[in-house]
Design a protein around this ligand. Sequence first.
Ligand code: PLP
Length: 395
Amino acid sequence: MTVYLDHAATTPVDSRVLDEMKPFFSRKFGNASSLHFFGREAREAVEVARERVARLVGASPDEIVFTSGGTEADNLAVLGGFEAAHGKKIVCSAIEHPAVLEPCNELERRGAQKALLPVDGEGIVDLNAAPEVICGASLVSVMHANNEVGSIQPIKELARMAHEQGALFHCDAVQSAGKIAVDVRKLGVDLLVFSSHKIYGPKGVGALYVREGVKINPIVFGGGQEHALRSGTENVACIVGFGMACELALRELPRESKRLALLRDRLLKKLLEIKGSFLNGPVGEKRLPNNVNVSFEAVEGESIVLGLDGFGIAASTGSACSSRKLQPSHVLLAMGRRPEEAHGSLRFTLGRSTTAKQVDFAAAKTAKVVERLRVMSPFKPGDDLSKIDFGGHAE
Ligand code: PLP
């Protein structure tokens, strides 16, 4: 049995999505900018997809810009939004994905002032600290839900605070769109990003919502496609697939999110029965319905992932592996975890194919792997590891 529990990394393309895409790799191969029949056919398909994509987040179709994925869309929002606003100060949360953190770092290298919004122990932005950090900002970027610990952020309140300062508000909704309700009007955001491959669509396509009237500058120049905000021949087949993926996600969301939340809590309960384990992130409504993140004292998350791999179970750690050096997760460090705790984290993210049987299997094998690793570990649960240098500081 193989069990895929890494849906936050990516998801398989749904067969209904694939069926919709197939003709656009062969018979319907036109360039959506061409005037002839082939071009018009491709253009029509792109515009149908735009409507479907817009509907998932409550936007109107002309507010959607297709990009090559979440990373490019985040870069366009942060760099393009900041430049158009003649920005001086950029603010993002301390737990953003690198797709937002790195363009913010780039702006700092170019001379901007950068400030990070702190989070509490559950990985939720601290609303009391926010007004001071946001003060004087030109653009504020906070993710809707965190990719490591699944914490859902108070976007409405943060967007309001940003607007009070005259700042633009950008939201990375790559992990939340299709899993919980996302409505750009209710959230009150100016810019919002989501990505196809996290919701059973193809890789290499994403969308940026730009609220009508908001000005941003392009970061890619060329033929002027996508309202001149993202030049380049449209990736028609993948855009069509993304459209279908959004339609299915919207249709299935109410039922699927309830089903996943039950499985999440079932898995969590079993994992927390393992000695020396503790939860990372919030519980219940404040957490994505498909995210489980648990740390185990005295064992490393990477070792557990490799052990589970041996049982055919695909999971991941909370930590990012950057420049071939294993750094503890900047998210867990920002939440106040010690480096050794951050090293021991394990993330399971559930999806459409996940069953109760799989969840039980994963929990049982995790207990086995942790037990085996503890036998080999020089440490045991409860040891004081605070004097040992595990490296790494928050990025
Ligand atoms: N933002 C978040 C929160 C993510 O989890 C990811 C992907 O893991 C991205 C952005 C990047 O999206 P993409 O893989 O489409 O470039």
